[in-house]
Design a protein around this ligand. Structure first.
Ligand SMILES: [Zn+2]
Length: 407
């Protein structure tokens, strides 16, 4: 196995989560009668460029099928975050009705809808047909393809180059990170801006967020590594911002090397913070498995204890990260009887691997759980608030990362 970025041999393991099915491969009742595909979920770290990456490569089109159920508009707090970004970008980059914005992985149009409402010309690139159709129904122009250098060249020829190219939570999902970076460069005008948001590896390690590791995430990113990849592509990261989304993300702003955008001190500061944290030292990577195992074992212990006390334990949020957690911990429906999720596309289906049935949250009062494990802990506040009525009837909420917390 060689590094996706610098081609060095990957010899060090960051974490081995055993075998698991792709975390968005939700199953129908019919699927339960068939064999289920499992892939190794083993993550390595490159000692040269420090890119943390999946060791076993599955082709992207095997993972992102037309049934791929993740829709960005499902989370209210995420929509709020995006709306704020749109307003911020319009002001900061002086975007006008003559400007052009492209979003890579535009999903269901959750973000571009806000540019559209401000009469700013926009275009989305989205390979998942289901999400792309939803975006189109919002009146957003979508090119339904994976974004790579070849696609980007064609788009920039046909549609022109953009003032702003946005990629939120897509950078970690691309198997060929170098080609993808070049495609972003291809899509921007001379002084155009690239804005990328991705979960921050430093937070993943600090907060033991091993459940955010799944096959669809090919890379786990620090600014240190992203900066190397951008420099290699003759791009310049000129600003970096820390975000609370997805348990701690970075937003980087970049442009071509010779653009007029000046480097903000935030870039140097974050590079230094990462260095002091140990991003360029093997120790933090080598210690991670043991920390993750501790979290996993504490959760199993709690669930078994509750089972022995005849408590009804269910979960909320059929998120991808929930599947990593449940599958690594080997938790099945004897310990967690149901998972509730607002997404209609998941309701009536089963969690991959664990086969826990997914129900409409409307059922939650009938099922009346004593404990509800919140799987998407990154939006736990929003979830708990929306379930306040349940809390008043005595249901307790469990969050297990970075440690068990019962609310
Ligand atoms: Zn490397």
């Amino acid at each position: 196995m060689f590094c996706r970025n610098c081609n060095s041999k990957i010899e060090n393991t960051f974490i081995d989560l055993g075998h698991s099915p792709p975390s968005n491969a939700y199953l129908t009742t019919e699927d339960l009668q068939k064999k289920e595909l499992y892939f190794p979920l083993k993550i390595g770290v490159c000692k040269k460029c420090w890119l943390v990456q999946t060791k076993d490569f599955i082709k992207a089109d095997e993972l992102f099928t037309k049934d791929y159920a993740y829709l960005s508009s499902a989370s209210k707090s995420w929509l709020e975050h995006c709306k704020n970004f749109v307003n911020y970008s319009i002001k900061k980059f002086n975007l006008q009705s003559s400007s052009f914005v492209i979003e890579v992985a535009a999903n269901d149009g959750y973000l571009l809808q806000y540019y559209k409402s401000k009469n700013i010309k926009c275009l989305g690139i989205e390979p998942t047909q289901y999400a792309a159709d939803l975006a189109k129904s919002k009146g957003i122009e979508i090119i339904s393809e994976f974004c790579n250098l070849e696609t980007a060249k064609r788009i920039s020829n046909q549609k022109g180059k953009a003032d702003l190219v946005i990629g939120n939570n897509v950078y970690a999902h691309v198997p060929d990170i170098k080609d993808f970076t070049l495609s972003l460069k291809e899509l921007i005008k001379e002084n155009g801006i690239i804005s990328l948001e991705f979960p921050h590896l430093m937070r993943l390690i600090q907060k033991i967020q091993f459940d955010t590791i799944y096959h669809e995430h090919f890379s786990y990113l620090s600014l240190t590594t992203v900066n190397l990849i951008f420099e290699e592509a003759d791009l310049k990261i000129f600003d970096v911002q820390e975000l609370v989304t997805h348990g701690g993300s970075l937003r980087i702003l970049a442009s071509t090397k010779n653009s007029f955008h000046e480097k903000n001190p935030s870039v140097e500061k974050m590079l230094n913070d990462e260095k002091s944290f140990g991003i360029t030292n093997l120790t933090i990577y080598e210690n991670f498995q043991e920390q993750a195992n501790k979290v996993k074992n504490n959760l199993i212990k709690l669930l078994v204890d509750l089972k022995n006390k005849n408590k009804k334990v269910m979960a909320y949020g059929a998120a991808a990260k929930g599947n990593t957690l449940l599958n690594y911990a080997g938790i099945k429906k004897d310990l967690i009887s149901y998972v509730f999720d607002k997404a209609e596309s998941k309701q009536g289906k089963y969690m991959p691997g664990s086969h826990i049935p997914i129900l409409d949250p409307k059922e939650i009062f009938n099922k009346n759980p004593d404990y509800l494990l919140i799987l998407p802990w990154n939006i736990s506040k929003e979830i708990i608030e929306s379930l306040n009525e349940l809390r008043e009837t005595g249901t307790k909420f469990i969050i297990c990362i970075p440690e068990i917390n019962i609310i």
